[in-house]
Ligand binder design. Structure first.
Ligand SMILES: [Zn+2]
Length: 120
């Protein structure tokens, strides 16, 4: 039975402690590949952060898209407040659409990051 706390040495195949950096048997040095350090993203956090459209994108490190979304969202809020009697409902609707888009988009991006991290 293999304990989850061990890993095989890539060089000689001996089981060793999962946290070990050097194989006790052959002295092989573990190389910690930078790809395995890709930080996982929680899709739910991304979706919830999208209450302010763009925050979800910034969370999943699509910073440029996130900033654009935030600027557009704040503009919609401004229009909704400043032109309360004229364009409020339209701005509200667009703002809600931005929330839905931001949540959907960042949720999917977070999942894609996680799948990408898993394939390494
Ligand atoms: Zn070894």
């Amino acid at each position: 039975m293999t304990s989850p706390a061990t890993k095989p040495c890539p060089n000689c195949g001996a089981q060793m402690d999962a946290a070990a950096e050097i194989c006790q048997r052959c002295g092989f040095k573990m190389v910690t590949a930078p790809q395995t350090n890709v930080q996982k993203k929680n899709p739910m956090i991304a979706a919830v952060a999208s209450v302010l459209p763009g925050l979800g994108q910034i969370y999943v490190e699509e910073t440029r898209k996130g900033v654009v979304l935030i600027v557009v969202a704040l503009f919609m809020l401004y229009v909704a407040v400043a032109y309360r009697n004229i364009a409020s409902e339209l701005a509200d609707a667009l703002y809600i659409m931005l929330i839905i888009y931001g949540a959907y988009d960042s949720y999917n991006t977070a999942n894609a990051i996680n799948i990408g991290a898993d394939t390494f």
